[in-house]
Design a protein around this ligand. Sequence first.
Ligand SMILES: C[S@@+](CC[C@H](N)C(=O)[O-])C[C@H]1O[C@@H](n2cnc3c(N)ncnc32)[C@H](O)[C@@H]1O
Length: 437
Amino acid sequence: MAEGWARHLKGDVIEPYSAGIETHGLNPYAVKVMAEAGVDISGHRSKNVAELSDIPFDYVVTVCGHAHETCPTFPGKAKIVHVGFDDPPKLAKEARTEEEKLAHYRRVRDEIRAFVERLPMLLGADANAGSQSEDAMTSNSVTAAVRSTYAAVAGSGLSTRQEGVRRVAEAFGYTADELASIPAEANMGLSCGNPTAFASLTPGETVVDLGCGGGLDVLLAAQKVGPSGKAIGIDMTPEMIELARRNAARSGGGRMPANVEFHLAQIDKLPLPDSSVDCVISNCVINLAPDKRAVFREIARVLKPGGRLAVSDIALKKPLPGEIAEDVMAYVGCIAGAILIADYEAGLRESGFAHVQVVDSGADLNAYAKVENSSGCCSPTMSLPVANQPAQTSCCGSGGADIQSGELHKGMARLLRRYDINDYAASVKVYAVKPGQ
Ligand SMILES: C[S@@+](CC[C@H](N)C(=O)[O-])C[C@H]1O[C@@H](n2cnc3c(N)ncnc32)[C@H](O)[C@@H]1O
């Protein structure tokens, strides 16, 4: 099915081949459901990977179950990208009726279609990266995937008005009064803590929010630092910055409050002068940055001596299982990019910070999932057709009102059904001080 979709939808930019570890012959259910979707794969032939072993692939995409663990090595510089779709033949074995069998095939067919539609974008930065190092290419494609997903989230219409979104924010520490004090659209349920609650902001201070999204924490911080202070939001996604500016204008009765500003930038290259900031906050973003050390160095640069860091983030209690750690969707969903708590502390210390603490907040990363009958942190209920989805979200994933943001998280939801993410990751509060006062 993946080859069928790739030829049908992206044949102009992808030259796809498909093969399995074993050859089973062409699957009639796959042929039938693809035909229903207007794609004829009846002429395809089931191939064994050994038949393709001489082709110098750019990418090898492993699409089912544990395929990446058993995938053979290919010549050249093929990079393995794993997306853990369910295996329809395996699911069909448990099905009682033909219709149930077909339903499994149809669901996976549609998930593969959505994935293939976004594949050139996911790999695009790699393809354009020319002579860059492999690390730089990987980091570019990860950043492109993060930006495009959060662009979709920004356009999804998620807001505190949706019960699921409000409950996620409350589960991660926002009070009903705080949420009521800012435009509903500033909160999209993307947080994993409430940094302004422990940043001890005082009037007159300058505070910067790294990865401000729709402006949730910037607008709360602006209330605390008052008219003599400044709350600055940084985000690399243009759609988020536009949304944040609209929300700020709403909060200011039609005009941006004078003590609020937003900048389109990456958090490892802040458009701010040295030693100009009293406090840096951030909420569920540093885990998404490919080069955390560069972010820590930038924070140290912009903070005034004696300035502080008060960040909510996801960090790891122990290494993730390989299939989550290597999953681009798990990265975008704020899990696979997270680092060990000890590495977080060491990174901050090595960047010059003192009084470093990374504390498990104890928040249940499945809290939302339990409430909303979903599968885990950052894994919104994406299994429903978009039109039927209730307004739902999770600590760091999109709420499903948008097909693009929703589809990207489907694979993630499946992974998290197999693991309890609380065993591996935690919502943490990060404190640190730049010495020198
Ligand atoms: C999980 S959302 C959190 C948004 C916001 N902090 C909140 O709690 O509502 C992550 C946000 O960080 C932004 N982001 C991710 N990586 C970034 C980077 N390297 N530089 C700047 N912004 C980034 C995304 O565009 C997105 O708006």
